[in-house]
Design a protein around this ligand. Structure first.
Ligand code: NOJ
Length: 525
């Protein structure tokens, strides 16, 4: 892969997001691991992706699927060793596949040595200054310091017991109590992240996905907030827990470290709706890329899809940054289910994959999308692991339904994912016809379709150029053209749509008499 500073490798890359617990297990413990990923690089190379985004694999007690890191410069034994990571990077690079890792700078695990030190060192100590400890309100400080809820339910504050046994201060955790927020006003916190970034970059990783990139800075004085909808992933620009202006200085400092490695990329998790505010994260001295979740939130409706695309393009245009596209990830319901499930949901998911792959910019595919996996909404309650399930008092099932392991082969669960009798989350028996093995030998399968689409995207020059031009079409359809000629037509309406003039490169459903059926898309040149 060639890359220059004017045309960096990530600008049009297709990233494949691996949720390590769920991709492939190599050691028979029922949980996916690094050697499992390494053993399936053939599959990823053949699929035609350019980079892997690896969700957290660092040492963690796994209170939140690895987003509670107790040692950011290590590999959790559940996933393997540093040698396994080095080998994965080397093997991926040998195939021209880049590897980016998740880093989690907003919080640590309560098992991080810093947190133990902070609790032991007592009030006012330097060790406490690494986190956000405050005295409580009310009589004897028995009420939390402010009214912030945690994203996973309950208060965002937990009270500790002081070393002398007395009821003590409270610490902030925007997520689970096992994920104490770091104090980004303390320079030591940045220095430690810089050490972590260099540690992995020196081992050869090609960049980072930055968790909660919009949440690191907290508002002065931690005032009470107006609580609206606090459900998981319901976000709101007025939420003062996130998107504090101070966050941009932090990103500038991070960028300086990243720039020591000219080809490295950062992609931030930025849940911010307002385009101007979103764009600020992508100024030349901040993040390279930021996730734009609009397509992942949009229903299958022509107007809504077009609005989401226009909006996402606008959000980056002002700062000249690269757009990003994603239909799903490990935090949202799988697209096949969001679009209605069954054959309709799958047809729409195919069509939307063609839309995102036709757009300018970087695309992120969540593992299993290429198999057309639906969300598993009926996991038994006793297997649910998402902290949201407990914290919400069993009212939010959480995100386990999109994290069910991948089916690789054979006719019964666990479908070659593991040699153990059971995988960490059970795989539905009716995924027998969704296994990689089955789908690869079927030219009409979802995986064959993804493979064909990714090949065309990589090989055809018509996909080039920035921006899109909207073409007229009937209501229910979305038509756009790329500067070098590719036309993409989406039919989200109830009746077949006539295709414009041109040669069809790919269609997600058979075209009859020049008509594109409902719930499908086509590419023409
Ligand atoms: C966003 C991650 O994508 C999610 O999985 C995690 O629970 C939170 N950040 C907290 O780290």
């Amino acid at each position: 892969m060639t890359a220059t500073s004017e045309h960096p490798w990530w600008r049009e890359a297709v990233f494949y997001q691996v949720y390590p617990r769920s991709f492939a297990d190599s050691n028979g413990d029922g949980v996916g691991d690094l050697a499992g990923i390494r053993a399936h690089l053939d599959y990823l190379e053949d699929l035609g992706i350019q980079a892997i985004w690896l969700c957290p694999v660092m040492r963690s007690p796994m209170a939140d699927g690895g987003y509670d890191v107790s040692d950011p410069r290590s590999i959790d034994p559940l996933f393997g060793s540093l040698d396994d990571m080095d080998a994965l990077i080397a093997d991926a690079h040998a195939r021209g596949i880049r590897v980016i890792m998740d880093v989690v700078p907003n919080h640590t695990s309560i098992e991080h040595p810093w947190f133990g030190e902070a609790v032991a060192a007592g009030r006012g100590s330097r060790a406490r200054e690494r986190y956000i400890f405050r005295d409580g309100r009310g009589i004897h400080g028995s009420e939390p310091p402010n009214n912030w809820p945690s994203i996973f339910g309950g208060s965002a504050w937990t009270r500790i017991t002081e070393p002398d046994g007395s009821p003590g201060q409270w610490y902030l955790h925007l997520f689970a109590p096992e994920q104490p927020d770091l104090n980004w006003e303390n320079p030591e916190v940045f220095e430690d992240l810089a050490t972590t970034l260099r540690f992995w970059l020196d081992r050869g990783v090609d960049g980072f996905r930055i968790d909660v990139a919009h949440g690191l800075a907290k508002p002065e004085g931690l005032p009470d907030m107006t609580i609206t909808d606090n459900r998981l992933l319901a976000h709101n620009d007025a939420d003062i827990r996130f998107n504090d202006e101070g966050v941009h200085d932090i990103h500038r400092k991070i960028r300086k470290v990243i720039d020591e490695y000219p080809e490295a990329v950062t992609i931030g998790e930025v849940w911010v709706d307002d385009n101007a505010r979103f764009g600020r994260y992508l100024r030349a001295d901040e993040l390279h890329l930021a996730f734009n979740f609009r397509l992942a939130e949009t229903k299958f409706d022509a107007r809504a899809v077009r609005d989401a695309i226009e909006n996402s393009l606008l959000a980056v245009a002002e700062v000249g940054a690269t757009p990003t596209w994603t239909l799903s990830n490990h935090d949202v319901r799988r697209e096949v289910s969001r679009y209605g499930g069954g054959p309709v949901g799958e047809a729409r998911a195919r069509a939307m994959a063609m839309v995102e792959l036709a757009l300018p910019g970087a695309v992120f595919i969540y593992n299993g999308s290429e198999l057309g996996l639906p969300n598993v909404d009926d996991l038994p309650e006793d297997v649910l692991q998402d902290p949201a399930w407990e914290r919400s008092g069993h009212t939010e099932r959480g995100r386990d339904g999109c994290r069910v392991p991948l089916p690789w082969k054979a006719a019964t669960p666990p479908f070659g994912f593991t040699t153990a009798a059971r995988s960490w989350l059970p795989i539905p028996p009716d995924w027998a016809d969704r296994t990689v093995e089955r789908q690869r030998s079927d030219p009409s399968s979802m995986v064959s379709f993804y493979r064909a689409a990714l090949r065309l995207r990589a090989e055809r020059t018509e996909f080039g150029g920035a921006g899109v031009v909207w073409l007229p079409g009937p209501s229910g359809a979305v038509l756009f053209q790329r500067p070098r000629g590719l036309i993409c037509v989406l039919n989200a309406g109830p009746t077949p749509v006539e295709l414009p003039a041109g040669n069809v490169l790919l269609a997600s459903a058979p075209i009859v008499d020049g008509l594109l059926p409902t719930d499908s898309a086509a590419w023409l040149v």
